[in-house]
Design a protein around this ligand. Structure first.
Ligand code: ARG
Ligand code: ZN
Length: 860
């Protein structure tokens, strides 16, 4: 039904669309300011669905004419869509509309980016192209004709006809409108092929602007690896003869899985050794895989409504994480994923924006493409796999695909595939989808000299709109170590479902049978980060040091080191004394251990982020002081550098990678370790090594790390200028140049630096990547700068969000999350942040996107 601009939509109100769509024929007469779209849509009443008026979504589209079965009609048009009287039988709807891609700065629907026509329809962009039932449960076959003089005209599916000034495409797979895509422009293809296991030869191409062809090789390699992996791991094959990827430079999100025509933010597909870092190569490999995997998890089996978003996103993130673990190092990937989840999703889950993996209401769905839906959603999928086991996992996935290919389904359908495979009830497990907030797992131990007892108690704190929480099913992987360093109980998966569970171990017997002295064991809890929860367990520092040296579980080995550094930083940031001897010694033995992977060592060298410490202090009932947290981190880095200088220098030397650059995991791991050492060593050698590395670097990983190390010690002006001269014509590299300066500015200079950069001639704030290159590091990478007591950064952020909102509401709304921690801080900062938020909220004509976000952040 037509709805108001700011109306809330509820999951519980779901109703099927009363018509089926048999065919959609679209003709696009492309023109930057006045594109005409002709639609012919065959509707047929669906007797199974409840009756309702005929309503088609449509926003920012100008209706020229409409007809039903050839007879002109005059529908009622509002700014959200149209209603029309329709006959009670199958009928053909025809409409002509006009849209203006060039004026479409919101980058939803059909828009222009640097002379290229391009689309983004998920979630509700198709309604900005023409009038249509723009909802994911309406599936249809699309045929598209594009008329334009531009040399390359692309859409979904297979090319069926083309000639001077036109091209026609047919997508034989019924799809929801959010998967529609069209691209037109002067683009160059870089081609390859892939033969599926049943022998279908698929033509692959990445389409780029002239001059970017040399940045496509990695994307194509990643695509082929993904196609092969999905066949081998999930038995899933690709169904079309063609798979196109297009790189566009103005894009709100990372990438989009449109059937047969993926569209990517150029930052997430283009890479060359000179311009992209190792981390970017890994990210590109993962995002290419993610979009490709959507072909089955999202496209062939899609979502009934947008509340089910995690059905495709959580599952597809889980699959891309598995892929990266297989292509690279599984323990390293697990640590990276846990870092991201804790830093960003735990923050979201613990603040005013907390919401369940399957939200129950929204005003603007774009605001729910969140870390909770994606990353926590992926954790829920991972837990399901751990609970059912590998065999039932694969069988359940097979059943899900077999049952629902070509359908739009729900989380219930997903879980039913596993419940039916296992003959097991998953009702309690389903609470993970409906209950927001990060569960706490508190652990108590008892030891009587014979028997060792662990008492696990779970609880989930209240979140907005959800005051009472029920117990969840939590897979807790546990191992026990003997004080001699050996494992006496190997990893066991405990399936916790009650509020409290007691685990009892007959240690006397176990020790005797293994020929050991009877001694109190050391527990290794939540191995592999087996559930997205916070473990509350007070451990003596010595025990963390012991686990850092001996745990057989790589994740927990890293975790033990992290606990050591966290303890030091939490204390010092709160003005207490803390001894760092165990930490320094632990790091030193990890660095010396020749059996450990360099990438893992690099992770152990990384200290907790400033926001992580703020989160921890807040959880402990203290008021975090961002300035003190920053100072504590700096002092600890100085200390580690001072204590371990020779070892860091040796590690730095030993991890230089000779020969031509390759982005593989082994080489990248070494560079990552060497660069961590470089950052620390620069505090001792006045940047000598970093300056030398900057001069000799032949790849972006080395140059950027060197530049960053210099800026972090207040040097590097010459290199920064050199970098700019060298890369001024490469926007993706220039994004890094902008970011780095904000990230490494001294706290008191961060806002001024960001402000100054917005005045740089290359600062194009309407380009999402460039806008984010300044404001994302201000909000995320430099918390002491963002929370500088002057409040300058808050003001600057608010100014720019207000300016951006009418141009690109979804990016502005996303940017407002910078303020979602306001409740943690002292009254001075709280008041300044609330004033900034209120100023945004009071802006006339604020978008529904930003209004919803800011209101939720303020708790209204
Ligand atoms: N489905 C895309 C992906 O995860 C992201 C689309 C983002 N859309 C949005 N409205 N935020 O691969
Ligand atoms: Zn996705």
């Amino acid at each position: 039904m037509p709805d108001n601009q700011h109306e809330k939509i509820f999951l519980s109100d779901y109703k099927a669309f009363p018509w089926k769509v048999d065919r959609v024929d679209l003709t696009f007469k492309l023109s930057p300011k006045a594109t005409r779209v002709l639609s012919r849509i065959a509707f047929r009443p669906d007797p199974a669905a409840p009756a309702a008026p005929f309503f088609l979504h449509g926003e920012s589209v100008r209706l020229i004419s409409a007809a039903i079965d050839g007879e002109p009609v005059s529908p009622d048009v509002t700014d959200r869509g149209l209603t029309c009287d329709v006959p009670d039988r199958p009928f053909l709807w025809e409409a002509e509309v006009e849209i203006s891609p060039e004026e479409n700065t919101a980058l939803e629907g059909l828009y222009m980016s640097n002379g290229i026509f391009s689309t983004q329809c998920e979630a509700e962009g198709f309604r900005r192209i023409t009038f249509y039932p723009d909802r994911p449960d309406v599936l249809a076959r699309f045929r598209v004709r594009i008329e334009s003089d531009l040399p390359v005209l692309l859409s979904n599916g297979n090319p069926v006809a083309s000639g001077k000034g036109f091209a026609e495409w047919d997508d034989p797979w019924p799809k929801p409108a959010y998967l529609f895509a069209l691209v037109a422009g002067d683009l160059q293809p870089v081609r390859d092929t892939f033969t599926t296991r049943s022998g279908r030869e698929v033509d692959l191409a990445i389409w780029v602007r002239k001059g970017d062809e040399h940045k496509c090789a990695w994307g194509l390699e990643s695509l082929k690896a993904s196609m092969k992996w999905d066949e081998e791991t999930y038995g899933r094959e690709y169904q079309l003869d063609i798979f196109n990827i297009v790189a566009v430079s103005d894009f709100n999100a990372g990438a989009m899985e449109n059937t047969g025509l993926n569209i990517f933010n150029s930052a997430l597909v283009l890479a060359s050794p000179e311009t992209a870092t190792d981390a970017e190569f890994e990210r590109i490999e993962g995002v290419i895989a993610h979009e490709y995997f959507h072909n089955w998890t999202g496209n062939r089996v899609t979502c009934r409504d947008w509340f089910q978003l995690s059905l495709k996103e959580g599952l597809t993130v889980y699959r891309d994480q598995q892929f990266t673990s297989d292509m690279r190092s599984a323990p390293v990937k697990r640590i990276e994923d846990a870092l991201l989840l804790r830093a960003r999703q735990f923050r979201e889950d613990g603040g005013p924006l907390a919401h369940p993996v399957r939200p129950e209401s929204f005003v603007e769905i774009n605001n729910f493409y969140t870390l909770t839906v994606y990353e926590k959603g992926a954790e829920v999928v991972g837990m399901l796999k751990r609970l059912v086991g590998d065999n039932a996992w694969r069988a359940g996935c097979d059943l899900y695909f077999e049952r629902h290919d070509g359908e739009a389904v729900t989380i219930e359908d997903w879980l039913a595939a596993f419940a039916d495979t296992m003959g097991r009830d998953l009702e309690q497990f389903k609470r993970w989808y409906s209950q927001a907030g990060t569960p706490r797992l508190s652990v108590k131990e008892d030891w009587d000299g014979q028997t060792y007892k662990l008492t696990l108690t779970q609880s989930t704190p209240p979140t907005p709109g959800q005051s009472d929480k029920l117990p969840l099913v939590i897979p807790v992987a546990i191992g026990l170590l003997h004080p001699d360093g050996a494992e006496i109980v190997g990893t066991t998966m405990v399936e916790m479902s009650q509020e409290t569970e007691v685990l009892t171990y007959d240690i006397a017997d176990l020790c005797k049978r293994q020929g050991k002295d009877v001694a109190r064991p050391v527990p290794s809890l939540l191995r592999g980060f087996s559930a997205p929860v916070i473990v509350e367990f007070e451990r003596p520092t010595e025990e963390n040091a012991f686990l850092l040296a001996h745990d057989t579980d790589p994740f927990n080995r890293w975790e033990a080191g992290r606990n050591l550094s966290r303890e030091v930083l939490l204390k010092r940031a709160a003005g207490e004394e803390a001894d760092d001897a165990h930490l320094v010694k632990g790091i030193s033995s990890v660095l010396r251990d020749t059996h450990l992977d360099p990438a893992f060592k690099a992770l152990v060298l990384g200290l907790p982020s400033e926001d992580d410490i703020a989160q921890g202090l807040h959880a402990a009932g203290k008021t975090p002081d961002p300035t003190a947290i920053h100072a504590a981190g700096e002092a600890l880095r100085d200390r580690i550098a001072e204590e371990l200088e020779p070892l860091l220098a040796k590690t730095f030397d030993e991890n230089q990678v000779p020969g031509p650059y390759s982005p593989d995991a082994a080489a990248a791991g070494k560079r990552s370790l060497a660069n961590r050492c470089l950052g620390l060593l620069s505090r001792r050698d006045d940047g000598a090594r970093a300056a030398a590395q900057y001069d000799s670097a032949d790849n972006m990983t080395l140059s950027l790390a060197a530049l960053s190390a210099l800026l972090n010690i207040g040097k590097g002006d010459a290199q920064l200028a050199d970098f700019e001269t060298k890369w001024r014509d490469d926007p993706l590299v220039m994004d890094k140049w902008f970011s780095l300066q904000v990230a490494s500015a001294a706290p008191e200079d961060a806002a001024t630096t960001a402000d100054r950069l917005t005045g740089h001639p290359a600062f194009n704030w309407k380009n999402p990547n460039r806008f984010r290159s300044v404001f994302s590091p201000l909000a995320n990478a430099n918390p002491a700068g963002f929370h500088d007591p002057s409040g300058k950064a808050y003001e600057l952020m608010a100014d720019w969000l207000i300016r951006l909102d009418p141009v690109n509401p979804s990016i502005a709304a996303r940017g407002s999350t910078a303020f979602d921690t306001w409740e943690r801080y002292d009254t001075g900062r709280q008041e300044k942040m609330r004033a900034a938020l209120q100023r945004i909220l009071d802006t006339p004509n604020l978008s529904r996107d930003t209004r919803e976000m800011v209101s939720r952040i303020l708790g209204d």
